[in-house]
Design a protein around this ligand. Structure first.
Ligand SMILES: [Zn+2]
Length: 84
């Protein structure tokens, strides 16, 4: 099977309950499942469909802080998507 490059995406999440963060996500080019990948770990295959993945050209960047949560919307906890 030929290795394919993962699709880059963006995701926002809340850190410590009040800091808005933006991070890059990588998705399987076949089934679009979000991949559990980071600077220190890149899966060789998609855990969902088994597509071979090529992370060699991915540039890893730290998560970006994009602002603080307003007082009045202070209700939830850190939301993270389900990953493999
Ligand atoms: Zn897949």
């Amino acid at each position: 099977m030929e290795a394919k490059k993962p699709i880059e995406g963006k995701m926002r999440y809340l850190k410590y309950g009040f800091v808005h963060m933006e991070c890059k996500t990588y998705h399987c080019p076949e089934c679009r499942k979000i991949l559990n990948a980071g600077p220190n770990y890149q899966p060789k295959y998609c855990c969902e469909c088994g597509q071979k993945l090529d992370f060699t050209e991915v540039k890893w960047e730290p998560d970006k802080q994009i602002g603080y949560k307003e007082e009045e919307e202070n209700y939830g906890k850190e939301k993270l998507p389900k990953i493999c």
